[in-house]
Design a protein around this ligand. Sequence first.
Ligand code: PLP
Length: 293
Amino acid sequence: MTVLVFLDPSREHGRIADAGQPQLMATDLGTTRGDGVFESLLVVRGTPRKLQAHLDRLGHSADAMKLEIPDQQSWRKAITTALDEFAATEQADAPEIVLKLISTRGVEGTGRPTSWVSAFLPSPTAHRQREHGIDVLLLDRGYDSTLSDRAPWLLLGAKTLSYAVNMAAIRYAAEQGADDVIFTSSDGKVLEGPTATVLVARTHDGVRELLTPRRDSGILPGTTQGALFSAAGQAGWKLGYGPLEPSDLMEADGVWLVSSIRLLAPVNSIDGTPVATSPSLTTELGGLLEKIV
Ligand code: PLP
């Protein structure tokens, strides 16, 4: 069951559409070129989490590719419509819903973006990986960690619809018996997962530290990592932004892939080698995440 609401300048609160029927033109540049931006966020008991951070990032991604998308008020209204509509379905009691916000460059030649919100249930994989953790492979992304500034046309820090490579990396990992991937740069730095940010906990001189790769290393700035860092900082953790190398992961007290839908997935092994896991740290960090709205 998917609820679909198109943002439509002639309908203030958006236009509800049937997700079971064709709704997009085959010439939409989102479908022909993956030319667009998106966000995925979690709704817990009816409330979208970190909505402002997701709307801000959607705007930054669109700016990076010079795409004019609807304003934040229009997104908020369409989201309310989608959640109201979802609440009227037989899945209304679901504790968690996924919201996807998508804006494409629109039908070729029109110069008008196509934008919509969809609401649906999370996949069971997200829950399973939260609970049981994941085995990951380190895969080379093929460029160095300083490329982002030199090559803005690569849109490295933007959440664009061009996720075919990310999905191919996850399929490659699955073929090798792993669940997910951590990309590394050609200069040996840890980057990110195909759909998640890398988080590392370690104790240094008796001080508990949470680390994540440098944000200027061509990775997507994660809203989950950002919110978790704020909460962890207030809870007394020391925070740091890399650079991280694979050895930092192997020597950590815990490694997680964090993202909006899956939240906190503990990494059990990297390239087949077990890494330290800490159920108590996962519970503690998960508790901080739960409080974030
Ligand atoms: N990095 C990439 C490449 C992603 O696609 C995502 C989320 O989909 C993330 C990181 C995590 O971002 P967030 O925590 O905002 O979901």
